[in-house]
Design a protein around this ligand. Structure first.
Ligand code: LLP
Length: 417
């Protein structure tokens, strides 16, 4: 389905045996399938063909240059939240006129960088930010195109850490004050109002919250028209979920149909900021079993990847399927799959039924293409792991494994020591 399939009991990514990559790059490592990335992007983009639209891939989900470059060549834009993501996007060949900049805490240097790069628009999250962007634009003798991120106050029914569009969240501007903020924006010297933006949350498995949010935003657009404020871009954010376990999220076609139907006749361009739905199931994390150990109560499979490489299980109690790279006829057993980090929270699965693992066996943590490498760290002084892209029968290391030297790069001893 996602180009990670068994042939004669051996897992391949497209036409490359995963074992072959492991032999060459060592473990652990991430692999991304070029065919899956392409198919997911094109399916999502194509689903909105009926309306003028721009798919701005959410860089935070996976910001590898090769991944960003691929989407840029497919005509995609980028949703960024930092100067670093802008830098990556531009390096990867994303056109600045297709970049939208979200986030509650944009710094002045980041705003100036985005203005100088002439990005499409800033999704503004507070009145103070609006004033800051205006001042920066004034100083640079340019104009800033903006949308206000409106908090739609709908419940996405997802994990509380990744729900963003409710009043109790820190994101966006409440609907009640949106109109007055737009009016204030109209008066600012170097601001051009071009859009309206919202984002409901992440890993949504129903279309209803998106449609609810859209309905609320449409109401606001009508009110803005009366004030002579014309919206050119409606940014609906990201958030469409994927199957990790047994979730049944809507297909992009159904998601698009629900949105396009609610949208009606529109004189503006729709912007979407999908992340997970494009890259999540296009990537896996391959890790090696180091030890299998038994305590009084449990079996433990200790692997060479850890929570610093894939934080989602420890952070959100997220489920990632675990599959052997080589299928052997071994009886299943129930075990915790854990990493080498010195924390009990360092686990990938608890009480999971798996085929019995032995030292040296490789397993793949599935659906790891989104918020996997992107959220990895050097905790426990572990060099970050490589990322590999596979296309057909070829593969390329798109990010090298870090070394001990890279670990201490930039550190120095003060003279007073
Ligand atoms: N746009 C905005 C403004 C966002 O805040 C996000 C994600 C996206 C787009 C992309 O959402 P997606 O299509 O990927 O759901 N680390 C968490 C997910 C955090 C999502 C944050 N915002 C995880 O691993 O589940």
């Amino acid at each position: 389905m996602h180009h990670f399939e068994y042939r004669d009991n051996e897992m391949f990514c497209e036409d490359v045996p995963i074992l072959k990559i492991a032999k060459e790059v060592g473990t652990p490592f991430y692999i991304y399938s070029h065919a899956t990335l392409t198919r997911h992007f094109s399916a999502f983009d194509g689903a909105f063909n009926e309306v003028p639209h721009l798919v701005c891939f959410s860089a935070k989900a996976n910001s590898n240059l090769a991944v960003l470059n691929l989407f840029a060549t497919l005509g995609g834009g980028l949703d960024i939240v930092s100067g670093g993501e802008l830098y990556r996007g531009l390096k990867a060949g994303v056109l600045p006129e297709k970049i939208v900049y979200s986030g509650v805490g944009k710094r002045i240097d980041e705003i100036e960088y985005a203005l100088k790069s002439n990005i499409l628009m800033f999704n503004i999250e507070s009145f103070q930010e609006l004033e800051t962007v205006n001042r920066c634009a004034e100083r640079l003798n340019t104009r800033a195109r903006i949308a206000l991120r409106v908090n739609p106050d709908v419940d996405p029914k997802t994990h509380p850490y990744i729900s963003t569009g409710m009043k109790k969240n820190k994101f966006g501007i409440n609907r009640e004050v949106a109109i007055s903020t737009y009016k204030a924006a109209q008066k600012l010297s170097n601001i051009d109002i071009v859009g309206i933006d919202c984002h409901v949350g992440s890993q949504l498995t129903e279309t209803a919250p998106f449609v609810d949010a859209l309905r609320k935003v449409k109401g606001l657009i009508t009110d803005l028209e009366k004030l002579g404020i014309h919206i050119q871009y409606l940014d609906l954010g990201g958030g469409l979920g994927i199957t990790y376990d047994e979730e049944v999220p809507p297909h992009p076609d159904d998601y698009a149909r629900a949105i396009v139907q609610e949208l009606g006749e529109i004189p503006f361009t729709l912007i979407l900021e999908p992340g997970r739905v494009i890259v999540g199931n296009a990537g896996v994390l391959v890790t090696k079993c180091l030890y299998a150990k038994k305590s009084d109560k449990k079996n433990f499979v200790i692997v060479d990847a850890a929570m610093n490489d894939l934080a989602r299980p420890s952070l959100y109690d997220a489920y990632h399927a675990i599959q052997p790279v080589i299928q052997r006829k071994r009886p299943p057993f129930v075990a915790d799959v854990v990493g080498p980090i010195c924390e009990s929270g360092d686990f990938f699965a608890r009480d999971r039924k798996l085929p019995k693992c032995e030292p040296g066996d490789l397993v793949a943590l599935m659906s790891a293409g989104a918020y996997g490498f992107a959220m990895s760290s050097n905790y426990n002084s572990r060099p970050r792991i490589p990322e590999v892209m596979v296309k057909g029968d070829r593969f390329h290391v798109v990010r090298e494994r870090e070394t001990y030297e890279t670990l201490i790069q930039g550190e120095s001893l003060p003279s007073f020591l």
